[in-house]
Design a protein around this ligand. Structure first.
Ligand code: GDP
Ligand code: MG
Ligand code: K
Length: 300
């Protein structure tokens, strides 16, 4: 975690009909591992599909599985929560299929996007499957329906113009810290619950002294080699130095107590022995970003 000047970071929602190439794109920019993870059933409402970290930016790609025409009531709920997500990200990548062109599925998504003020990038994928002359009329067709911050044609499969797309995306990201460690590429299913368990202990022990905006970042969850022990590394983020002092307590006693109680709960959750390392860090601008982060695993 660093918060150097000029570092840009933020959340990007990827939406589009099934089979337009969303997973292929993630594979291309982040690696094979991601798509396999994201093909598992959705347990959390908005899953982090992948985190792309470089020296100058961090992009956190969010999957919004609910943006398609609902077939049942649960579907309605999914659509609603996905739309809430779209209102909080920094940019939206709306991916369409150059070969198939504009269709009913796109129409539904565009209707939803009309009420959202976040910048929407139209990403026309699979350009390797069409003649270049077909692109302009296609772009015009989409532009008639919605205003886009940019239009970027790509081939996720072959990598054409993907670099250009990343440049366009970076332009949409505000200055901000590196939220995830560099080696973090996808979300651990239990990550969110673990952070909540720790946060709960912090709030319980500190009462009014620590505001609810405190956040807990899970740095890593790893199984020890050849042992049934899971290492959990986490950081409690506060806004002021005085708050850090309160959480650490006299001779570190408070932090020790918080850690012990959280560890017991996490052991029950994971059904395994846990070795926990807990840090406290001050990060001043945390709260400004907190409402945005709430949906992705950090909570107020
Ligand atoms: P998703 O459902 O949006 O995640 O779509 P996938 O990434 O699973 O892709 C669906 C299919 O389209 C797969 O067979 C991909 O290989 C193929 N595909 C994805 N991107 C491209 C592309 O740029 N060009 C071509 N020709 N095929 C692609
Ligand atoms: Mg997919
Ligand atoms: K938060």
């Amino acid at each position: 975690m660093q918060s150097t000047e000029n570092y840009h970071s933020g959340f990007i929602a990827i939406i589009g009909r099934p089979n337009v190439g969303k997973s292929t794109f993630m594979n291309h920019v982040i690696g094979q591992k991601v798509a396999i993870m994201s093909d598992k059933p959705q347990t959390t409402r908005n899953k982090i599909q992948g985190v792309l970290t470089t020296d100058s930016y961090q992009m956190i790609f969010i999957d919004t599985p609910g943006i398609h025409k609902p077939k049942h009531r649960l579907g309605d709920f999914m659509v609603k929560s996905s739309i809430d997500t779209l209102n909080e990200v920094d940019a939206i990548m709306f991916m369409v299929n150059a070969k198939e062109g504009y269709g009913k599925g796109d129409e539904f998504i565009i209707e939803k996007l009309k009420n959202i003020s976040q910048p929407v990038l139209l990403v026309i994928n699979k350009i390797d499957e069409v003649h270049p002359d077909e692109l302009l009329p296609l772009i015009d067709q989409y532009r008639e329906k919605l205003q886009f911050a940019e239009v970027v044609p790509i081939s996720a499969l072959h990598g054409n113009n993907v670099e250009r797309l990343l440049e366009v995306l970076v332009d949409q990201l505000p200055e901000g810290p590196q939220y995830y460690p560099e080696d973090h590429v996808t979300d651990h299913p239990e990550r969110f619950i673990i952070s909540e368990l720790i946060r709960e202990k912090v709030l319980h022990h500190t009462r009014e002294e620590i505001p609810h905006s405190v956040a807990v970042i899970i740095e890593s969850i790893k199984k020890q080699e050849n042992k049934e022990i899971i290492d959990v590394q986490a950081t409690v983020i506060v806004e002021r130095k005085s708050q850090k002092g309160i959480i650490i307590g006299k001779q570190g006693n408070m932090l020790k107590q918080i850690g012990t109680e959280a560890r017991k709960d996490i052991e029950t959750l994971l059904g395994s022995k846990v070795f926990m390392e807990l840090w406290v860090k001050v990060q001043k601008d945390w709260r400004n970003r907190s409402s945005q982060l709430r949906e992705y695993g950090y909570r107020q």
